[in-house]
Design a binder for this molecule. Structure first.
Ligand SMILES: Nc1nc2c(c(=O)[nH]1)N[C@H]1C(S)=C(S)[C@@H](COP(=O)(O)O)O[C@H]1N2
Ligand SMILES: [Mo]
Length: 484
């Protein structure tokens, strides 16, 4: 076990200099995420939500400790069984780093050092224990513990010094030339239990495939637009920042959001119009998808007609609520396309935009069984009441969304009774959610309440429950509460 810990710590230390994603533990975790079969991944997201990553890392630790204990037990006399186990671990680490699209060849140095350190420490401790006895070799054990601890801690410190925070801090506030309209007072019913209309950056939901948040300093960032274009273009951060910036209020939403779920948030995104940018490159006839790639290797395929549609409002965003994008939300730049789920449109840490066909390339989630097209489905959620309320007049409140189309009407139903219309908040833009509230009479006892939204196309939410896979959940959100 100690040899294993020393190996991981040595790799972690080297990774601080060749790319934090090359730290063998995290590289193997990332490879596990990318290789996990779709059914297991969907199960993990369902069961653990956004805690899926700590669960994965914890599970890996348990498996590794068990294997290390077994390796130790079968190496009581000779050291080669343990060395074979370490070699296999090492090979897995090297393969994991090899497969990362965001890491260069130098990154292989981290798992290689890990492998060598693991072998050396194991042989050294093994020999000490055999020749001098377990208690006499205590000093060697202690030394290995301290050395591994120091290597791991220094690696952690050195790695975090290379992060993008200083670059982000030097940017300052982003002032749009064309600001979004101010949010009117009636845009939310936060006092009744709905979210605030604009989500504070720190509360904005987060979905990443990467275990280690990509660190891309603005100075190093480039965005390349190529493929089926008249002329290839490359932009620096200053190129983008120096353009007249626009601001648009958009509600982003995840396809993995179950009915009633939390993966939806709204921000004032600052950036430039994506259709305009692509227009400068000259989109050639026949280009079907905009294949966007992140610095971490994540990819998304967005329908070109949607992006180029007049009035769609697709953006290359560099800011949220006046600040540069938070690092977790894609600093220095990401895509935002109103009306499309994030998995087909909202690439964070975006560095490459290729115009291509659907046949030529398959994006990350498409390869894993999710749908090619990802328009956001009209949905609604009840946020209040929660738990117990006083019997009598009870206020229900929540959110409804139909980005790009707009919400027309929200109805609520108590205990399967008649539908009654809810009061809607002031509409700010069809690209954002709307809040609603309604009053019902609740006698003492247990109740259920359901909600359904109707959008401006005339579509009313179906009661048919559909799972999130492959293109988004449907069904009415129903809650239970007790009045007394
Ligand atoms: N690079 C990268 N971009 C990504 C993702 C990702 O895992 N990696 N997740 C996508 C998904 S599924 C969603 S719903 C949105 C979430 O954006 P947020 O984390 O800023 O809320 O980002 C999209 N962009
Ligand atoms: Mo998502």
């Amino acid at each position: 076990m100690l040899a294993l810990v020393a190996a991981l710590a040595a790799g972690h230390l080297v990774a601080a200099f060749v790319g934090p994603g090359a730290s063998p533990y995290f590289a193997v975790g990332n490879a596990a995420i990318d290789l996990t079969p779709a059914w297991l991944k969907d199960f993990a997201v369902n069961a653990f939500g956004t805690n899926d990553k700590p669960v994965l890392l914890g599970g890996m630790a348990v498996v590794m400790v068990l294997l290390a204990v077994v390796a130790g037990l079968i190496s009581r006399e000779r050291s080669w069984p343990g060395q074979i186990v370490i070699a296999v671990f090492g090979a897995v680490g090297i393969a994991a780093v090899w497969g990362r699209p965001d890491l260069g060849q130098a990154a292989l140095f981290a798992p290689a050092v890990s492998l060598v350190a693991g072998l050396l420490v194991f042989r050294w401790l093994h020999r000490a224990a055999l020749t001098r006895g377990v208690s006499a070799s205590r000093r060697q054990f202690l030394f290995a513990v301290v050395a591994a601890g120091v290597a791991g801690a220094v690696g952690q410190w050195a790695g975090s010094r290379r992060d993008a925070a200083p670059s982000r801090a030097s940017i300052g506030r982003l002032v749009p030339a064309q600001p979004a309209p101010p949010v009117p007072a009636g845009a939310d019913f936060a006092k009744l239990g709905t979210p605030t209309f604009i989500t504070p950056n720190s509360d904005f939901y987060r979905i990443d495939t990467a275990l280690v948040v990509p660190q891309v300093p603005a100075e190093d960032w480039r965005l390349r637009i190529h493929g089926m274009v008249e002329k290839e273009l490359t932009f620096t951060y200053d190129d983008i920042r120096g353009r007249p910036l626009i601001e648009r209020i958009v509600t982003l939403c995840c396809v993995s959001n179950p009915v009633g779920g939390p993966y939806i948030s709204t921000s004032r995104f600052v950036g430039v119009d994506l259709a305009e940018l692509l227009g400068e490159a000259g989109v050639r006839a026949g280009a079907q998808q905009l294949f966007s790639t992140s610095s971490d290797g994540f990819t998304a395929g967005t329908p070109v007609p949607t992006i180029m549609e007049p009035g769609r409002g697709a953006m290359l965003a560099i800011g949220m609520n006046g600040e540069p994008l938070p690092i977790e939300h894609g600093f220095p730049a990401r895509l935002v396309v109103p009306g499309l789920y994030g998995y087909v449109s909202a690439t964070k840490w975006v560095t490459d935009l290729e115009l291509t066909t659907w046949d030529a390339k398959q994006a990350y989630w498409l390869q894993r069984g999710w749908s090619e097209q990802g328009p956001i489905k009209t949905e609604s959620r009840i946020d209040a009441p929660q738990g117990r309320v006083a019997a009598g007049k009870v206020r229900l409140a929540g959110i409804a969304w139909a980005q790009h189309t707009g919400i027309d009407k929200v109805d609520v139903q108590l205990d399967g009774g008649p539908w009654r219309q809810a009061v809607l908040s002031t509409e700010v833009t069809p690209n954002a959610w709307r809040m609603w509230w309604a009053e019902v009479d609740a006698a003492p006892g247990a109740h259920t309440a359901s909600v359904r939204a109707t959008d401006r196309s005339g579509y009313t939410q179906t009661d048919q429950l559909a799972d999130v896979v492959p293109d988004g959940a449907t069904g009415w959100h129903t809650i239970t509460f007790t009045a007394r």
